[in-house]
Write a protein that binds this ligand. Structure first.
Ligand code: ATP
Ligand code: MG
Length: 334
């Protein structure tokens, strides 16, 4: 039996990138009989960068509402928020003591997020892959559905799990695998095809939010950066054309087609037709989810209740695992 763990940060509006890269895969996995699924709104990760903390609770609720609206069934899967289950932080300390500084220094996402101001970044942002490893290992999860941008963090979680097993001469932790389904895509910013689409990007025009209304979706796609050539008929023609590649990729992902099929469909056309079709498709796929989020957010008691029940179930799974780690380490419990 596969045990799936996946986390999403309540760092703002969920984007089309989050949906196509991760959430839709989570929904597919949940619907496979052989999977036991745990989905977590990782609110402790969300404070690794400075935010308006007053907005965190609502953002946590909205992220949970988004997962439910996209098809995560809280009766079937465990859905909870990280800060309600202290086992994550308890395990993170132990794992941090097994993690080498050099491993963290290699993390590309840290370098991308801090840019030139490394010394001003929070220590939390630097350590976050350790907490992420704890999120996964506290449940002995075997598979982690993530977008391509998180592959390196899952590899680090494997190294940390291996390091624990080696140090204590056990097979206690399974080595988790990134579950990147063949149809998952890395979606890039609408303003710069070389930067990934992110909920925390300062420009709202860089992304399509799941909650954007019809006019906003149409406007953002209309304004999306392009180049002045027509679209190529073969994949090789997209080399060096990051924006064309991105728009075709989004089209392929939304229409459930392969990239090659999408390229064939638009080969020789200008961007106008692609953008028009993309707009219709984006509205058709994400608008129902956006409307359902608004409906759920009109009664946050329901969401809070789902997260509370999910936390109780998550704690029941993680508590004995972390207790065993503490016993192995030799922490005295009276
Ligand atoms: P932040 O900018 O705050 O890090 P984010 O948009 O990167 O936000 P996360 O909460 O870090 O979102 O990631 C949630 C999931 O979405 C992860 O599995 C991640 O791999 C996936 N994901 C994020 N951005 C993209 C993207 N542009 N394309 C595909 N998958 C993505
Ligand atoms: Mg991210």
């Amino acid at each position: 039996m596969k045990r799936i763990f996946s986390g999403i940060q309540p760092t703002g509006n969920i984007t089309l990138g989050n949906y196509l890269g991760a959430i839709q895969n989570c929904v597919k996995l949940q619907n496979e009989a052989s999977c036991d699924c745990i989905f977590c709104v990782v609110d402790q990760h969300a404070i690794t960068v400075r935010r308006n903390t007053g907005a965190l609770k609502r953002s946590t609720q909205e992220t949970a509402a988004c997962l439910i609206s996209a098809g995560i069934d809280p009766k079937n899967s465990i859905l909870f928020n990280q800060s309600q289950v202290e086992e994550h932080i308890k395990l993170a300390w132990v794992l941090g003591c097994l993690t080498r500084v050099g491993w963290l220094n290699r993390m590309i996402q840290f370098k991308d997020k801090v840019g030139k101001s490394k010394d001003n970044a929070s220590a939390g942002l630097w350590c976050y892959p350790i907490l992420m490893a704890a999120d996964i290992l506290a449940y002995k999860a075997t598979h982690v559905p993530v977008g391509d941008d998180q592959k390196q963090h899952i590899e680090l979680a494997r190294d940390i799990a291996h390091s624990y097993n080696f140090e204590f001469g056990t097979e206690f932790f399974p080595l988790p695998k990134a579950e990147i389904l063949s149809k998952s895509f890395r979606i890039m910013s609408l303003c710069d095809g070389r930067k990934k689409m992110s909920k925390s990007d300062s420009s709202d025009m860089s992304r399509i939010n799941i909650t954007d209304n019809v006019d906003t979706i149409a406007y953002k796609i209309k304004k999306a950066k392009t180049d002045s050539y027509s679209l190529p008929s073969e994949a090789s023609g997209l080399t060096g054309r990051a924006e064309a590649q991105n728009l075709i990729t989004i089209y392929a992902a939304l229409s459930n087609k392969s990239l090659d099929a999408a390229i064939l469909e638009y080969g020789g056309c200008g961007f106008g037709r692609l953008k028009q079709d993309l707009t219709e498709l984006a509205i058709e796929v994400i608008r129902p989810i956006g409307l359902e989020i608004s409906r759920l957010m009109s009664n946050t008691d329901y969401i809070d209740n789902v997260l509370e029940k999910g936390s109780v179930r998550a704690r029941a799974l993680s508590k004995p695992i972390v207790r065993e780690v503490y016993d192995t380490i030799g922490f005295l419990s009276t």
